[in-house]
Ligand binder design. Sequence first.
Ligand SMILES: [Zn+2]
Length: 320
Amino acid sequence: MVKPFASSGDLGEKTETLEVLAPGVYALTAEGDPNVGAVEGEDFVVAFEARATPLMAGRWLDQLRQHTDKPVKYLVLSHYHAVRTLGAAAFSASSVIAHEQTRVLIAERGEADWASERERMPRLFTGHETIPGLTWPDLTFTDRLTVPLGGGHGDLVLQYCGRGHTAGDIVAWLPGHKILFAGDLVEAQAALYTGDAFHGDWSTGTLDRVAELGAEVLVGGRGAVAHGRAAVEAAIAQTRSFLTVMLDRTREVRGRGGSVAEAFAAVHKELEPTFGRWPIFEHCLPFNVQRLWDELDGIDWPRIWTAERDREVWARLQGE
Ligand SMILES: [Zn+2]
């Protein structure tokens, strides 16, 4: 049976769940679709992630507005991917915050990524015509940025933990509640997308730094909220194990002079029993293995995905 390209065959609506994680701290999960969050300050809201279109972002804001009517002062983007950034206009935020490398990546490949992601995940781009253009962060940093929330709400700490899912991922950390919004650096019972990743750094130092925060509640990029230390550690361990299997099998195939198609088959075979039924597993794996192959070839800066290159890699690795 021919597999439909990426997530183009995934057209069923997902059930969305808004959870109040602590007073004024919100997460919206959607059965494996990209998660979003928000944190209330004294007289403003910080939103975390923008969704793919203003229409889709507006649906999230409608739910948030049942809990707070404070204006969104800051919109935080965890990284540059289109499904996380292009809905920004809906928030009317005073500032859009991201890592400096996220701004660089949007300038370098934002247009190509938009076209690529739209074809890979058409359902997430409902209301595509409402996107006014690329989203430009106007407040960037390289290591850490603390947002005082005021009114006894404590601080929101935005932190870079090293290269991972992209060159510029940041997490949002509420030390007072030990709640972590991890972006796509951690997935909870959802497959990883690593097509723009740095597998070596991510699977070691970057995840170590995420774990060191000691979160008790973790909102990953996709999948359910992890509640409690055990669930948080399991989500981080699952993410690390996915990466480690990819690295081990791909290195092994390369060591015996094999091809990228053989590496794809070996990785798929080992991951499928554990991860095969989780969201976007089949969608991601060809892009993941191709990027890892490049990384092991010494291509440090990920090659740009275009709609055309997506189809070419998909046909070569997943087309049977
Ligand atoms: Zn992403």
